[in-house]
Design a protein around this ligand. Sequence first.
Ligand code: HEC
Length: 230
Amino acid sequence: MAWLAALLLAGCAPKPEQPSPADIQAARRAAVEFELRLKREITGRLEREEDPVAVYMSYADHTPDWGREISNELELNFSRTALGVRNPANAPDAWESRQLEMFNFYMDAGLDPDTFEIAEIVQEGEETVFRWMQPVRMMDTCLTCHGEKIDPRIKLLLAQEYPLDEAAGYAEGQIGGAYSVRKVLRVKDQPAPPWTPIPAPQTPLADQRLPGDAPLVAPVATPSAEAPQQ
Ligand code: HEC
């Protein structure tokens, strides 16, 4: 009768903790704020047919910092990620990879990615964490830098600054990654310590970077990385 006992126990198991509506609202707000800035300062300029190289410089200089500013404003960790990233600092963790794979799976099954959103409370070691994710789609303007046919000048810049780039070759409408929010709620069942603002990174701006400088993003050695060709 072991199976019956197991069934009864499962019936009595406490329900998993549900994320609070306030945290979900804050996560959505973070994503909307990022999207508005991306529209105003990047894709809007491409729509007005500004030089894509100038827009690229602005993107590489400022976009990583927007995530930091939004995080500090809303006191949560907001970031962007993807299964194949341009900047290794944006690589997904195990929970994010799983959600990204699910997003792709559901899209392939015919569901509308614009309706996808996941919010969960998960235990990560001693931390009880609110996690949230929403996919982002590649639009026409995104393809200037993430598509198959990229302006050769931007290709050069990408090769120089993001030598490990895995975020090109997309077609319009594909899921190009996701917005992700992580907020520690409790540590060892005690309320999380107050938010400590994330400091600004010390990255040189585009007009201070020179050809031959170290890549904007230092390549990270991974055990699976192939040995450089001699
Ligand atoms: C002007 C060039 C340019 C345009 C246009 C552009 N991107 Fe990017 N994208 C980049 C660069 C450069 C990075 C790396 C930023 C960093 O260092 O964090 C990046 C990073 C990303 C990332 C984070 C994951 C990663 O690969 O590092 C996502 C997601 C993303 N872009 C989606 C989009 C979407 C969606 C659009 C259109 C709405 C878009 N991008 C438009 C250049 C561009």
